[in-house]
Write a new protein. Structure first.
Length: 225
């Protein structure tokens, strides 16, 4: 009896050691399971080929003709919150996404057009509020956000929500969420054209090492009058 117990213990130890050796977080493949039965909004693309479905479990991209789900976007794909409240097509192939606890997000659809930040308006006047959001980011990319403004010849780097600093020698990656900038009142800001740049690069590529041809650069602009 004692011999049998010792044999069982040895087998358990060997199996546990084997599992610990084979498993590592870096090699793990994760799959997200969410409940998408509670639908909160449906919109169609301008060409009528894609149906977007928002739910408490994320954003579904479906074939409009067959209803087949092509992709499910969750917080792992860049959504600020997995629960989607509202959907609105932007008229340019993209979609605005209102989430339950993370605010607004913008998804730029199509690889032919680089993703770019989205100002809430194209022009602003005194006492207008300014809000700039980020498109939904895909995994395995690094993002860099920069701005130019009237009266300043250099580049301004945005690294997190409402955190903007002068560019020195290093491009600092974006570490924030779905919003770049939020100002209640633009009064006092220099008048003129502002540009907002978003550089997408494969993860780990140095943006200053001449490898920007591996990514995409999107540019949006707005004016303060």
């Amino acid at each position: 009896m004692r011999h049998s117990l010792m044999t069982i213990c040895l087998l358990l130890i060997v199996n546990a050691t084997s599992f610990a050796t084979d498993y590592s977080p870096e090699n793990a493949i994760w799959e997200v399971f969410t409940n998408t039965e509670s639908v909160t909004g449906i919109v169609y693309s301008a060409d009528g080929k894609t149906k977007w479905v928002g739910s408490s479990g994320g954003l579904e991209q479906c074939d409009a003709a067959t209803g087949k789900r092509l992709r499910l976007f969750t917080h792992l794909d860049g959504l600020p919150d997995i629960g989607v409240n509202q959907l609105l097509a932007d008229g340019s192939g993209g979609i605005w996404i209102g989430t339950q606890g993370g605010g607004m997000a913008h998804l730029a659809v199509g690889l032919s057009s680089p993703a770019k930040p989205a100002p809430s308006q194209s022009s602003y006047q005194n006492e207008d509020s300014l809000y700039i959001t980020m498109p939904v980011a895909y995994s395995a990319i690094d993002q860099y956000v920069a701005l130019t403004m009237p009266g300043y010849d250099g580049l301004l780097m945005a690294t997190d929500f409402n955190e903007i600093n002068k560019f020195k020698d290093t491009l600092m990656p974006w570490t924030g969420g779905s919003a770049v900038l939020s100002l209640l009142d633009v009064t006092g800001l220099p008048k003129g054209i502002y540009s907002v740049y978003l550089l997408h690069l494969p993860a780990g590529v140095d943006p200053l090492a001449g490898a920007t041809n591996q990514g995409q650069l999107g540019v949006s602009s707005f004016e303060i009058k």
